[in-house]
Design a protein around this ligand. Structure first.
Ligand SMILES: NC(=O)c1ccc[n+]([C@@H]2O[C@H](COP(=O)([O-])OP(=O)(O)OC[C@H]3O[C@@H](n4cnc5c(N)ncnc54)[C@H](O)[C@@H]3O)[C@@H](O)[C@H]2O)c1
Length: 313
């Protein structure tokens, strides 16, 4: 018999918070949670953009607030959880997504870059997970903690600080899952590939084409390509999944072939559709989108790195 009851994916009445939720992947996570009915607190260091994101969620019919929080500060993280609980009465879902990359070859990189990336990406996720778990343990009826890792946890993709921080998230997720299963708290992470978010706004058209050509699904990942993953990991549908790293990369990390992948049919997503959310995010941030994908003002170091790699000047 076919069971068409999909209530297990519903999040009505659930209370969530998302760090780094103002734009990009965090905003996509918040949007997916709201689509499934959850109330969502947006936590970020970018207050003006985060306020706009929270307003967008309210327009979807759920409750939403913005909480200013730097995830590297234990005090601010504890205050963030307290604020979400004060507003919503409890916390069921924590998405620990805030992250940064500081590009540059490791032979030349200053230690301050390493320290900053580890502080935000690894220590920040641990601080948030700990504060969320304490709240969930006090409530006594479990919860869902979801950390944003990256395919860079599996492949050498960025540089040592970024890749090590993401590999650290994957293993930290497993350990926390093992520790907190006894409280009915699921701890999982997900690993995207290349998304054109504000973080990667400086990705020239040539680099995008290169990424598409190396990706079996044939297009760059969009924030919306993560909606299903987030709803699954936040809902009862994943109640027996814990300590897992869900790779969402369009097959990118599978490809070690020496021949071009080629395609029989066009990809599901066109190059124009890849940047719809990015344009909205940049607009909310007051940054003009550069059609060539350089966006020098936002991340000059990434723009320069790509220009050097591709011989563009
Ligand atoms: N974009 C990609 O291709 C990609 C791929 C895999 C994984 N990721 C990971 O996904 C996460 C989100 O990436 P994104 O592409 O949306 O990045 P983004 O730079 O577009 O957005 C990140 C958000 O985090 C906020 N933030 C930065 N530092 C913070 C801090 N200390 N405290 C609180 N908020 C902070 C920023 O203000 C911003 O709103 C990161 O962990 C990133 O490493 C990104």
């Amino acid at each position: 018999m076919c069971n068409s009851n999909l209530d297990m994916f519903g999040l009505a009445g659930k209370k969530a918070l998302v760090t780094g939720g103002s734009v990009g992947i965090g905003k996509a996570c918040a949007t997916a949670l709201a689509m499934a009915g959850a109330d969502v607190a947006i936590a970020d260091i970018d207050e003006p953009t985060g306020e706009k994101t929270a307003e967008g969620l309210r327009q979807m019919g759920v409750s939403s607030i913005f909480v200013k929080c730097d995830v590297t500060s234990k005090d601010q993280v504890q205050a963030m959880v307290a604020k979400a609980v004060e507003e919503f009465g409890r916390l069921d879902i924590g998405v620990n997504n805030a992250g940064i990359a500081i590009l540059g070859g490791d032979e030349a990189l200053d230690q301050s870059a390493w320290d900053k990336v580890i502080a935000v990406n690894l220590t920040g996720v641990w601080l948030c997970a700990q504060a969320e778990a304490r709240q969930m343990i006090e409530q006594g009826d479990g919860g869902k903690i979801i950390n944003t890792a990256s395919m860079s946890a599996r492949i050498a993709n960025c540089n040592a600080s970024y890749d090590a921080s993401k590999a650290g998230i994957v293993h930290m997720t497993k350990t926390l899952a093992a520790e907190w299963g006894r409280f009915n708290i699921n701890v999982n992470c997900f690993s995207p590939s290349y998304l054109l978010t504000p973080m990667h706004a400086s990705t020239p058209l040539e680099a995008r084409e290169c990424i598409r050509n190396l990706t079996p699904m044939g297009h760059m990942e969009r924030p919306e390509d993560l909606y299903g993953t987030i709803i699954f990991l936040a809902s009862a549908a994943s109640n027996y999944v814990t300590g897992h790293d869900l790779l969402v990369d369009g097959g990118h990390t599978l490809n070690a072939w020496l021949v071009p992948l080629g395609r029989e049919v066009p990809p599901r997503v066109s190059p124009e559709e890849e940047v719809v959310q990015l344009k909205k995010d940049l607009d909310a941030m007051g940054v003009e989108y550069d059609e060539n994908g350089i966006n020098e003002d936002l991340h000059p170091e990434i723009a320069n790195a790509f220009k050097g790699m591709l011989g563009l000047e």
